[in-house]
Design a binder for this molecule. Structure first.
Ligand code: KG4
Ligand code: ZN
Length: 419
């Protein structure tokens, strides 16, 4: 009998990842090779370098995933690969490898939308948390997240959920509805310009911190006063004048804006500019900024700076600015997500993507969810950022429905999810 083993492959941005997942509910291995060190000195992902690094990493990463799962290609039932959205050249490396491996080993190929993958990261986490603890699924991170709330909530796993996908490339709200063993998605809201993670990265960059900036802002915010700088929500404007016209971000190109309720649209480019103005207006120690830049992008940057080193380069005003920025962004994400859940009558919220790793975001969404009796679920920290376990998991219902990719599958950099 087939074991329902799917090898997932993910290469849409700056992480080369491979994972073996059994029946969409049990992770046998999850290997992620990060390119952060390559891109850090440029302050963001350089597409050409990303493709080159994926080419270098793909074979060893897949080998490691198979070895850690203690399986060979002969044990697999299918290969799943991210087909979009993402960087064209980066996606192509994963797709080309997956196609060749599927052909060579006579396995079906399944194409997965990266955003659907992020949503399934939460579902995977939920299923694993509900499994009885056995020696195989008892690794530290998994058991640490095996909370009572998740176990109780698993009875709801087949009810509609509102999913907030919040990462470096996306800030999208989807209504995810289970349908005949599979899932369907309706786009409810999204950013009209920068993604939330992009705003984190840009603000971190303009203050002289390294890439990716999200984890630094997360850590430094704990040392600042979040009420010091009153970034009003009105500064995060939804640009209604865009109407149905294509917005500026690449990832957002295909999804229509005009049809969406403006209450559920996000815009994060305004707050980035507001932070820049604040820095200029208050002349926030330019010499500290250049010292931070040297620390994060100079020759010593490879030995990742410690939090103490970063803190030593920050005055209180800078820390207050960082904490206030984070409070405003998370407040906006929260306000619109809970408003959308209420308007749709949805009793379950999934928050996923790189920014879902943020501590303040997790704490505030969880508290708000408790206040409204709407459970909020997150992936583990490792499953929040890009990984391939989420791709193999999203592929499982497709495998059962024999929904396979054509042999001429190609990359779709602006692939949309939902209708
Ligand atoms: O999901 P992901 O790995 O890649 C995309 O699909 O974009 O997300 C990466 C993004 C980056 O913008 C990074 O700064 C942000 O997630 N991020 C965080 C945190 N960890 C990663 N943002 C805020 N707080 C964090 N702890
Ligand atoms: Zn992602």
């Amino acid at each position: 009998m087939s074991r329902g083993l799917i090898l997932g492959i993910e290469s849409s941005c700056d992480e080369t990842a491979a994972s073996v997942v059994e029946r969409g509910s049990s992770t046998l291995s999850s290997v992620v090779a990060s390119q952060i060190a390559t891109h850090a000195r440029y302050g963001g992902v350089v597409p050409e370098l990303a493709s080159r690094e994926h080419l270098r990493a793909i074979v060893p990463v897949v080998r490691a995933a198979l070895a850690q799962a203690n399986v060979t290609f002969a044990d697999l039932d299918a290969i799943a690969v991210t087909s979009g959205p993402g960087l064209a050249g980066a996606l192509l490396v994963g797709i080309t490898y997956a196609k060749a491996a599927a052909f060579a080993h006579n396995l079906p190929l399944i194409a997965v939308n990266h955003l659907e993958g992020h949503i399934h990261a939460v579902l995977l986490q939920e299923r694993e948390a509900a499994q009885p603890i056995s020696p195989q699924n008892c690794h530290p991170e998994r058991s640490a997240t095996k909370s009572k709330d998740l176990l109780l909530d698993n009875s709801n796993a087949q009810t509609p959920a509102l999913a907030l996908v919040v990462s470096g490339g996306h800030t999208h709200l989807f209504l995810a509805t289970p349908a005949h063993g599979s899932w369907s998605y309706a786009l409810i809201g999204r950013t009209v310009d920068d993604a939330a993670g992009e705003a984190y990265d840009k603000v971190a960059k303009l203050l002289g911190f390294g890439y990716p900036g999200g984890p630094w802002i997360d850590a430094l915010s704990l040392h600042g006063n979040p009420h010091a700088v009153p970034f009003a929500f009105s500064q995060i404007k939804t640009k209604l004048h865009l109407g149905g016209a294509a917005p500026r971000t690449k990832a957002a190109k295909t999804a229509p804006i005009a049809a969406l309720d403006p209450h559920f649209l996000f815009s994060f480019s305004g707050i980035k500019t507001a932070v820049l103005r604040y820095v200029e207006l208050h002349n926030l120690r330019p010499e500290a900024e250049s010292r931070r830049q040297a620390l994060f992008t100079g020759p010593d940057a490879l030995a990742k700076p410690t939090l103490e080193q970063a803190l030593a380069q920050c005055d209180q005003q800078t820390l207050d600015l960082i904490a206030s920025f984070q409070r405003a962004v998370i407040g906006d994400l929260m306000k619109k997500t809970f408003a959308a859940a209420a308007s749709l009558g949805v009793r379950r919220i999934l928050v996923t993507g790189g920014v879902a790793a943020n501590r303040e975001l997790r704490a505030r969404f969880t508290a708000e969810g408790a206040a409204h009796a709407v459970p909020v679920l997150f992936p583990t920290l490792a499953l929040s950022t890009d990984n391939a376990a989420m791709i193999a998991t999203a592929a499982w219902p497709r495998f059962q429905a024999a929904d396979f990719a054509p042999s001429d599958l190609s990359a779709n950099p602006s692939l949309a999810l939902g209708h």
